[in-house]
Design a binder for this molecule. Structure first.
Ligand SMILES: [Mg+2]
Length: 504
């Protein structure tokens, strides 16, 4: 009879091969059960990681702030963070336009906005009418595919796409010279697109339930046009009642004061109109907000502002609420500018390259071109980080994530047992792994999980974010906790071939 009082010694002898399974007078399922206990004990004994600071600034790339002389900012969701009331407002205004302009059925008026249904960074398949989450390998996250408000089963998803990996031309289009295939998917990387997705899914669900045939691309275009064309109305409503829509941020003024005190130049480049930005900034910073900025450009029309070369920059007359004809030969503090291009901004100010740090919330519109084409440094403001980090910090999440890792390791180490008893046990482990994976997904968002991860992989959204942002944080005023000479160092990430090395 074998003595295995100490499971650790027993386990060590099994794994080093000094005890072979056929020498053990116990069933294979008994042996696997012991191993399960062994791995579980190791997990429980493992110290849980420390909490992450939700106000932290995180580095993808080394950034020395002492090299930065000029700070640029986007406005919406970068300086101004909106309350959930804005999502409801955009949803309702978009829904009204669908009805009035595009003559959608009057019943859609009864459809209420469902906050927290969608997250940023999803893809909408305009051909198949599905809202889904992709990872950085263009793999579909099963369990995160919706038609309207209804989840689509994994079997159906595989039947539709024939594969779990989507071809890149389908997702991003094929722009090679001899081909001109349009992308069949739209990436919703903007926070303004969250209520847009809510409206799209509500209307699609209404059509499906009422057996009304619809074209997914027409629905997408109508919803997109409706929500985007209501922006001028939204601007007016928000400007008249900023407290109802914008979260106050008393730290913002202190941050601008700190930068000004350290002789940094500040500029604002926003796609929004002046009266809307002015109302928000007066509430956030005060009536003198313009004194902090050396250059203010409104209606910039990003990303064209960063990509076009021949669009003139113009002076905006805030009293007449229009731009005027005069040619701009210099950029002056206190004057509001309109449209233009980044080339003119750089030529007229001499600001360029790594001395400029630009903050935005949109990985493409705000950050991609400035870093790839102009060598500016970039900071992403990702409001969702607060919820994501608070979730990561819960004890139950940490325990589940640890056990998921160890259970996966247990399965990987013992997957080659082939007799029926072992296969059954391995099946139970796989089922527990699937359960855990869904548990730690749903705590972020019940439908789509984390903005940053699909199970173990980074999402399509986060891979692009990390490519275009040197640093990222949940709120611009978190930078107040760091001096203007601070250097942000990225973590030395673990590569797969380094896994298990003692020095990591
Ligand atoms: Mg923005």
């Amino acid at each position: 009879m074998l003595c295995w009082v100490n499971p650790r010694i027993f386990y060590a002898r099994i794994t080093e091969g000094s005890i072979l399974p056929h020498e053990i007078k116990m069933s294979i399922s008994g042996l696997l059960y012991l191993l399960y206990i062994q791995y579980f004990c190791m997990t429980v004994a493992k110290k849980l990681p420390q909490d992450v600071n939700p106000q932290g600034v995180f580095a993808c790339n080394e950034l020395d702030l002492s090299e930065v002389q000029v700070y640029g900012f986007d406005y919406d969701y970068t300086l101004a963070h909106y309350k959930p009331t804005l999502e409801h407002l955009l949803y309702n205004l978009g829904r009204d336009i669908l009805l009035e302009k595009y003559k959608y059925p009057a019943e859609i008026l009864k459809l209420e906005y469902k906050p927290n249904f969608a997250v940023r960074g999803l893809h909408y398949d305009i051909e198949k009418g599905l809202l889904l989450k992709l990872d950085s390998f263009l793999q579909i996250q099963f369990g995160a595919v919706y038609r309207g408000l209804t989840p689509v089963s994994t079997e159906e998803v595989l039947k539709i796409y024939k594969n779990r990996i989507i071809p890149i031309a389908y997702v991003e289009g094929d722009t090679r010279a001899h081909k001109a295939n349009r992308a069949k998917m739209v990436h919703l990387a903007d926070l303004f697109s969250v209520p847009e997705m809510g409206l799209l899914c509500n209307v699609a669900e209404y059509f499906i339930r009422n057996h009304i045939d619809y074209h997914p691309e027409i629905l997408f275009l109508d919803v997109k046009n409706s929500v985007q064309s209501c922006h001028p109305i939204m601007h007016k409503i928000v400007a008249q009642n900023v407290e109802e829509y914008i979260r106050p941020n008393p730290e913002l003024k202190k941050y601008f004061q700190m930068l000004q005190h350290c002789n940094k130049k500040l500029f604002l480049v926003t796609n929004s109109p002046y009266h809307f930005v002015n109302a928000g900034m007066e509430m956030l910073v005060g009536l003198d907000w313009r004194d902090f900025f050396d250059v203010v450009i409104v209606n910039a029309n990003k990303p064209k502002f960063f990509t076009e070369v021949s669009r003139p920059i113009r002076v905006f007359d805030k009293n007449a609420n229009t731009h005027i004809w005069e040619k701009v030969t210099s950029l002056e503090k206190g004057i509001i500018y309109y449209e233009g291009t980044v080339k003119q901004l750089q030529d007229l100010t001499g600001w360029s390259g790594h001395q400029v740090l630009y903050f935005g919330d949109h990985p493409y519109t705000d950050l991609a071109d400035v870093t790839l084409e102009h060598g500016w440094r970039t900071g992403a403001i990702i409001n969702e980080l607060t919820h994501e980090i608070n979730t990561l910090n819960t004890q139950s999440f940490k325990e589940n994530a640890n056990w998921l890792q160890m259970l996966t390791q247990l399965i990987e180490d013992h997957q080659d047992y082939k007799d029926s008893e072992a296969v059954e046990v391995l099946g139970q482990w796989m089922a527990e792994r699937d359960y855990l994976r869904n548990e730690i997904k749903a705590v972020f968002n019940a439908q789509f999980g984390s903005v940053f991860r699909t199970y173990h992989n980074p999402t399509y959204f986060s891979r692009r974010l990390f490519r275009f942002a040197d640093i990222y944080t949940s709120n611009i005023s978190n930078l107040l906790n760091y001096s203007t000479t601070h250097t942000f160092y990225p973590r030395r990430g673990v590569m797969p071939h380094e896994y298990g090395s003692y020095f990591v």
